[in-house]
Design a protein around this ligand. Structure first.
Ligand SMILES: Nc1nc2c(c(=O)[nH]1)N[C@H]1C(S)=C(S)[C@@H](COP(=O)(O)O)O[C@H]1N2
Ligand SMILES: [Mo]
Length: 336
């Protein structure tokens, strides 16, 4: 059951100037009274039935949010024009109501449950192979980092994709700030563990907490980004507030949400999905249309908000930035 599906070609004006248009849209949305109009103005829904009821509700959830994000005054931030899209920006309603965040459940429809995530106080730990381990509150960290906005494509290993404006800072800046020792080869990141609010963490067959890792070379590549905002506002809880990794050339499961710890190490970290099912999800997880997942093809992807599939691109189209990282690793399982 679908309410309304727009095709990519109906959105050409947004493709032309995506950032200007989504800002206008947002202004429009803010001036509107909640609900029926929101659906009416072209909320774009995927083929998944259980999402149909959700797009309108998202507005109510935002209004009922008990604690507004104290970092709201930082946004919007300067837009970095270096990173271009080849497709329309995904509708905000869709990108914030169709989520993967297993701490709140295994369906895509977790955005309401995720409003329970306590995003302040939020302490971040920097440890392992660093000059001096330390902890810092997220607002202090935000004040030290150079915030900017970037448009990136996002490709989930499940073969759906979106394109969104993240705000945040380069992971490279955070790495430099942490002062790793020369022996640090990898950066391991860990999500908050709080089964009282993250009910999914009560499911004992998952290896909680969620962790992910990158090599230091990957973490200091210019594309690696820590998102603290989305659509010119603080990043919503369901998208990984208050700190979420974004590595647009890799499958989405690498983009760990709600990070509380950055640990520098000389041992390759085993990620949540790799631990669970290493034959299907590995450490590198670079996007490649020619390397199928054991249970499905990766050749094409479903663009959220459109009923069309488009060809998937090697490194999700970011090869010019990252292909060099892997030149000497051709015997590794780079694309899974
Ligand atoms: N902590 C944590 N991070 C996570 C996940 C998760 O379940 N838990 N899911 C990952 C997957 S599979 C994807 S595709 C993206 C989804 O991000 P989005 O909901 O903002 O689109 O988050 C990633 N980060
Ligand atoms: Mo994903």
């Amino acid at each position: 059951m679908l309410i309304r599906v727009k095709r990519g070609w109906e959105m050409s004006e947004r493709e032309a100037t995506p950032e200007a248009v989504y800002r206008d849209r947002r202004r429009l949305l803010q001036g509107m009274v909640a609900t029926p109009l929101i659906l009416g103005m072209g909320s774009v829904l995927s083929a998944c039935d259980d999402n149909v009821a959700e797009a309108g509700d998202a507005v109510l959830v935002a209004a009922a949010d008990p604690k507004p994000d104290p970092s709201a005054g930082l946004y919007p931030v300067t837009h970095n024009l270096r990173y271009k899209l080849d497709r329309p920006v995904t509708d905000e309603e869709l990108a914030t109501t169709y989520n993967n965040f297993y701490e709140f459940g295994s369906s895509k429809n977790i955005h309401r449950a995720a409003q329970q995530l306590p995003i302040r106080p939020w302490m971040v730990r920097f440890d392992g192979l660093v000059e001096q381990p330390f902890e810092m509150g997220v607002d202090e960290l935000l004040a030290k980092m150079p915030l900017e906005e970037r448009l990136y494509r996002h490709r989930c290993v499940e073969a759906w994709s979106m394109a969104v404006p993240w705000s945040g800072f380069g992971l490279r800046q955070l790495v430099e700030f942490a002062k790793p020792l020369s022996g640090a080869k990898y950066l391991k990141m860990t999500t908050l563990h709080d089964p009282d609010v993250m009910r999914g963490q009560r499911a004992s067959w998952y290896p909680w907490p969620y962790v992910e890792g990158l090599t230091i070379e990957e973490a200091t590549n210019e594309l690696a980004f820590i998102a603290t905002g989305l659509y010119g506002k603080p990043i919503p809880r369901q998208n990984g507030a208050p700190l979420r990794l974004v590595t647009p050339w890799k499958y989405g499961f690498k983009c760990i949400k709600s990070v509380v710890a950055f640990e520098f190490t000389d041992k390759r970290p085993v990620g949540f999905w790799e631990e669970l099912q290493g034959s299907e999800y590995g450490f590198w997880a670079n996007v490649n249309p020619e390397v199928a997942h054991p249970r499905w093809s990766q050749a094409t992807e479903q663009v959220l908000g459109s009923d069309e599939r488009v060809p998937t691109q090697l490194y999700n189209g970011y090869g010019e930035f990252v292909a060099d990282l892997y030149a000497d690793k051709q015997n590794e399982r780079l694309f899974m």
